[in-house]
Design a protein around this ligand. Structure first.
Ligand code: URA
Length: 213
């Protein structure tokens, strides 16, 4: 797995504001979108294209356009939904599939509770959105799900990642046989005993959408 920590002053600036516990939900949502658009620029570095020649007012110009099938963006519900708008801003023609995954707060095991994806993902590049790579269980399960459907190129985009999550994701995806990249805005210190990223930003879903008991 290739890990890219997007080390850029604008990203760190926005992330610092996002982490601040005083940041309210509307600002948190806006900052998340802005951050994802910046991360998407890096994450789409290997997006597939095909040659295209256009005629300018002056001459012919050789360029490219996105290949078919178009990339598939997969936000993991619920917190990944807050990243979708930012991703679509850079990749408006991508298709979107949804994967609902929840982790058991005691065992920290991930399970799928909803899914709306094409049955056949053969030849698809998938961009998986999940703001927090904590234990790695959710993202590893999502990647496994997509590869079983035929996805042949996976890029996961997160805001924060813990070393424990990266290690688990690396282990669990080592056998999948498709290129896998993680793009994250920062690599944090560790997980605490409740599975939260330290220093992190708290519960991303709650900060985006409020607390649901
Ligand atoms: N999920 C979150 O929202 N925050 C964490 O710190 C870990 C998992």
């Amino acid at each position: 797995m290739r890990v890219h920590v997007a080390d850029h002053p604008l990203i760190t600036h926005k992330l610092t504001a996002l982490r601040d516990e005083r940041t309210d939900s509307p600002t948190f949502r806006r900052l998340t979108e802005e951050l994802v658009t910046l991360l998407a620029y890096e994450a789409t570095r290997h997006v597939r294209t095909e040659p295209l020649t256009v005629t300018t007012p002056v001459a012919q110009a050789i360029g490219v356009r996105l290949s078919n099938p178009k990339p598939l963006v997969v936000p993991i519900l619920r917190a990944g939904l807050g990243m979708l708008e930012g991703m679509q801003r850079l990749l408006p023609t991508a298709e979107v599939g949804f994967l609902g995954m929840i982790r058991n707060e005691e065992t920290l095991a991930a399970s799928t509770y909803a899914e709306r994806l094409p049955d056949d993902l053969a030849g698809r590049q998938c961009f998986v959105l999940d703001p927090m790579l904590a234990t790695g269980g959710t993202l590893a399960a999502a990647v496994d799900f997509l590869v079983r459907r035929g996805a042949d190129h996976i890029t996961a985009i997160t805001l924060l990642a813990a070393p424990e999550g990266i290690e688990r994701l690396e282990q669990d995806t080592s056998h999948i046989g498709v290129p896998m990249t993680l793009v994250t805005a920062a690599l944090d210190e560790k997980l605490n005993e409740k599975g939260y990223i330290v220093p992190g930003l708290g519960d991303a879903g709650d900060r985006l959408y409020g607390v649901v008991d």
